[in-house]
Write a protein that binds this ligand. Structure first.
Ligand code: NAI
Length: 322
């Protein structure tokens, strides 16, 4: 890899790039030579209203500070004209190489108080928005055999968070979408990853204490987004958590587990109870290892293994199943 990760000749779409993290990404891509579509609806944190100023300001800054090329787009990522965001890139710059699905809103409430509209609207912007953008960009990326996509997840999605059932469901949905697109896109050199950032923005400024916010500059998130979307990267199908300069990968872990013989009388809810510690033990076992699965095939392997492995009979003695 060269010392300088240039994006010269690349066309990048960043959704929700009128403020917060998206703005920082857009500026950084432009600084490195990319032609950028700065999409932003310009609404409130809750998704109300719209204002073309948000995207315009960033486009002007790109032109003024970096002598860069950028166009604004004000369409909603989940609206009827969402595909127009990709059309803006193609009309202005002839292609689309990188898509950062970043736009988002918050409508927090405890689950008991969250109505159907609060739930659906947040899922719609984050998840359906990413779907619509990706669906529109995908044919171009496939045809040119190059694409880089980032889905913006969240620790709230990976682990759950009080008051954010809508947001967490959308964010985990984005991880599943990315993991599937990574598989379908691989042979076309379309690489897809998820990030779960924590950064200072209007989303967090009223939630986190000032001394923490001070450390959470959004500029500390951008380096990974640029690395993952550069033509030299090989990384795909991965989830990264990052905040305040911390960068790490998060992955799935499957316990070594317990093999039951479905033909034994002992295969009952009580046997699950009795073996609960073993089922949930994250240490390697003699016949089965802890795994970090990243595709469905691993699960098939496990099922096949279960058929061949020594299994416990009613008395807890090991026997080899036929
Ligand atoms: P932000 O509110 O500053 O930025 C989101 C941008 O998306 C805004 O400029 C907004 O106008 C735009 N937007 C909202 N709905 C849109 C729509 N329908 N169409 C087009 N644009 C729309 O918030 P922030 O923090 O920069 O968030 C960026 C992304 O990062 C979001 O997906 C958020 O969920 C995610 N994230 C942020 C975290 C943080 O700590 N700031 C934590 C985890 C995830």
């Amino acid at each position: 890899m060269s010392d300088t990760l240039s994006f010269k000749g690349r066309v990048v779409i960043v959704t929700g790039a009128g403020g917060g993290l998206g703005k920082v990404y857009a500026l950084e891509f432009a600084k490195r030579g990319a032609k950028v579509v700065v999409n932003d609806l310009g609404g409130t944190l809750g998704g109300a209203g719209s204002d073309s100023k948000a995207a315009d300001v960033v486009v002007e800054q790109i032109k003024r500070e970096y002598n860069g090329e950028a166009v604004a787009n004000y369409d909603s990522v989940n609206g009827a004209n969402a595909a127009n965001i990709v059309k803006t890139a193609v009309d202005a710059f002839g292609r689309v190489d990188v898509l950062v699905n970043n736009a988002g809103i918050l409508r927090d409430a405890s689950f008991a108080k969250m109505d159907a509209q609060q739930f659906a609207s947040v899922v719609d912007v984050h998840l359906n928005g990413a779907y619509k953008l990706t669906k529109a960009a995908w044919p171009y990326m496939r045809d040119q055999k190059f694409g880089r996509i980032i889905n913006t997840a969240s620790p709230a999605g990976l682990f759950g968070n009080f008051g954010q059932a809508n947001y967490a469901a959308a964010k985990m949905g984005l991880v599943g979408l990315a993991e599937t697109l990574a598989k379908e896109g691989y042979k076309y050199n379309i690489l897809v990853n998820s990030i779960a950032p924590l950064a200072r923005s209007r989303m967090t400024e009223n939630v986190l204490p000032p001394h923490i916010l001070k450390e959470l500059g959004p500029e500390k998130i951008a380096p990974l987004v640029l690395y993952l979307t550069h033509e030299s990267t090989k990384v795909t199908n991965s989830i990264f958590e990052l905040a305040a300069g911390y960068y790490g990968q998060t992955r799935w872990e499957r316990s070594a587990g317990q093999i039951f013989n479905p033909n034994e009388k002992s295969f009952t809810p009580e046997s699950i109870l009795n073996k609960w510690d073993s089922i949930t033990d994250f240490k390697d076992k003699p016949f089965n290892k802890v795994e970090h699965p990243s595709q469905l095939a691993d699960y098939n392997t496990l099922t096949a293994k279960a058929k061949q492995l020594p299994q416990e009979n009613d008395q807890g003695k090991i026997k080899i199943s036929s």
